[in-house]
Design a protein around this ligand. Structure first.
Ligand SMILES: [Zn+2]
Length: 429
């Protein structure tokens, strides 16, 4: 189909029958029935329901000519050995947040399963390059506050010391939860061995945002994951009686913070995909009869371009100092967390766009605001890209998370195309 063809001109012939995209959607529904309750998906990593989901997936994999292993960080690897050891990795995660959706992560795993099955059938169990399917352990970090657990161990960006100190809300240590699932915290770095022969990584995921739906497009090619600057800002003013302190002499810490809360909008809107959020504001003493003496605000800034991110950070600092001064206050900054942007591989992004056009007519390039396992794989130096499918109302991490079934079919078909192009690229490299 030519690139300019309209999405509506697509015929269902673009979804190959041998791929079993519909069958993959049936499997997603089977998984949902097995691991959800009335509040949504309950596949919390290191929990019995998550283990049940993984066991269920094993029974599906047994129908394919693959070898299976769990690495030392609990990532689940299924390998279809090819004529060449050079490997294309396809993956995502079966774990969910508590009360999560049916597609976040699971779509990428079952979509990869459909592709693996198609490749195994087409090449009679021996494709030109090796294909590996990975189900990453604990992508969500919902219980221990540590996202991308398994993929960061694979990438070698993890810190065992930091992980050792982590506990859940009930005081259970991450180390003990891992041990319950047969994972020794001291050995998780051995997952890096799986990087051997890895030449490319592809991940299909729901967008989890509203961009594709607003554009009326089912699919998009992902440019990379945005970098994040996350800070705690403390404005210091003077606590004073709300009845006796004239308006002209106040040093109101909230007033300075409030000015910044509005200013971050023009700061972000100078750039097409940048976002800035003040998500939490606390006032002290926080009572109705006192001018605010101290105000703590959190600022989260994101963009795919490191220079844009740095300039937004600088601008927010300058403006916060200016507003503090205007209100007779001072401001202090302390960094909560930051991460660099992770741009994906240009050639794979191009393949992704071509695949989307061939399957769905029109494509769009977009950065990912949320982090994904793909960012860790890319950080390890392995060429990576992601394929996004539209999320209805942009909602995720919730039981109402959903995507139209015809879009899910297109997504799996586009992943299949992308895998085929990437296999040919690996073979020629
Ligand atoms: Zn996810």
């Amino acid at each position: 189909m030519p690139p300019e063809a309209n999405v509506d001109a697509r015929s269902d012939a673009s979804i190959p029958a041998g791929l079993g995209a519909r069958g993959a959607i049936d499997l997603l529904k089977e998984l949902r029935a097995l691991t959800s309750d009335e509040n949504g998906a309950q596949r919390l990593a290191w929990s019995p329901v998550w283990l049940k989901a993984r066991e269920w997936f094993q029974t599906k994999l047994r129908t394919l000519p693959v070898e299976h292993l769990y690495d030392d960080a609990g990532n689940s690897w299924s390998t279809l050995a090819g004529r060449s050891e050079k490997a294309l990795i396809l993956g995502s995660h079966l774990d969910s947040v508590p009360n999560g959706g049916w597609l976040d992560g699971a779509l990428g795993v079952l979509g990869a399963f459909a592709v693996l099955r198609r490749v195994a059938a087409e090449f009679d169990g021996k494709p030109p390059v090796t294909i590996r399917l990975v189900d990453w352990a604990d992508e969500e970090g919902a219980r221990f506050g540590r996202s991308l657990f398994g993929s960061s161990a694979f990438a070698g960006t993890h810190s065992i010391e930091a992980d050792r100190g982590r506990t859940d809300a009930g005081g259970k240590r991450l180390e003990d939860a891992l041990a319950d699932c047969g994972v020794k915290i001291d050995s998780i770095g051995n997952a890096g061995r799986e990087r051997r022969n890895a030449v490319a990584y592809l991940e299909l995921h729901i967008e989890q945002g509203p961009v594709l739906e607003k554009m009326g497009l089912p699919l998009g090619a992902v440019l990379g994951t945005k970098g994040v600057e996350r800070h705690l800002l403390t404005f210091h003013g003077q606590e004073a009686h709300s009845g006796s302190t004239p308006m002209t002499t106040r040093r109101d810490a909230l007033a300075a913070a409030a000015k910044l809360a509005l200013e971050i909008r023009p700061i972000a809107m100078k750039h097409p995909d940048a976002v800035c959020t003040i998500g939490s504001v606390k006032t002290f003493p926080g009572i109705v009869t006192a001018v605010v003496g101290r105000c703590e605000a959190t600022l989260d800034q994101r963009d795919l371009d490191a220079e844009v991110l740095a300039s937004m950070y600088r601008e927010a600092q300058e403006k916060s100092a200016q507003f503090a001064k205007e209100e007779g206050c001072t401001v202090e900054w302390s960094r909560i967390w930051n991460i660099a942007p992770e741009p994906f591989h240009p050639q794979l992004i191009t393949f992704c766009e071509e695949s989307i056009r061939e399957i769905a007519g029109r494509s769009h390039r977009l950065p990912s605001g949320p982090l994904h396992d793909a960012a860790e794989v890319s950080r390890a130096g392995i060429p990576t890209t992601m394929l996004f499918v539209q999320s209805l109302q942009g909602i995720s991490h919730n039981k109402i998370e959903d995507t139209r079934e015809e879009h899910l079919e297109l997504a799996i078909a586009a992943l299949d195309r992308l895998a085929a192009k990437t296999m040919a690229w690996i073979e020629a490299s």
